[in-house]
Design a protein around this ligand. Structure first.
Ligand SMILES: [Zn+2]
Length: 125
């Protein structure tokens, strides 16, 4: 899906600067449009969820969570929906629940952090 907003341009920018020689030493879980939820926190590469030892059930829950991402943005008008920040807060809460399951699956010492959605803050300006 190609979304022409400041967010869309930002995503493309991030991907252009992926570093192929990065060893992906640490990770972050962050929702984005039509992307898997786990990224390298160093080179920003979007990583294949199938490379992580997660249950099919958890992967489905994550896919659903990603599918709901950005529901609080009116793409036509490129503005926040009414109550958008609240919706985004709920999405982040659900993300944290899933993040705790991801952490439990990967092990406590696994270097991964959760990144809440920045969309609402961007659109609020
Ligand atoms: Zn990397």
């Amino acid at each position: 899906m190609l979304v022409i907003t400041s967010k869309g341009v930002f995503v493309i920018f991030k991907k252009l600067f992926s570093r192929k020689d990065c060893s992906h030493p640490s990770y972050k879980m962050e929702a984005d449009f039509s992307a898997d939820p786990i990224w390298c926190s160093k080179c920003e590469e979007n990583l294949d969820i199938d490379n992580f030892p997660l249950s099919e059930e958890l992967k489905e829950e994550l896919a659903e969570w990603i599918g709901d991402y950005g529901e609080w943005i009116d793409m036509e008008k490129d503005t926040l929906m009414p109550g958008g920040l609240e919706l985004e807060g709920k999405h982040d809460e659900r993300g944290l629940e899933l993040f705790n399951k991801v952490k439990a699956s990967l092990g406590e010492g696994f270097p991964i952090v959760f990144v809440p959605s920045p969309l609402g803050q961007w659109y609020k300006k």
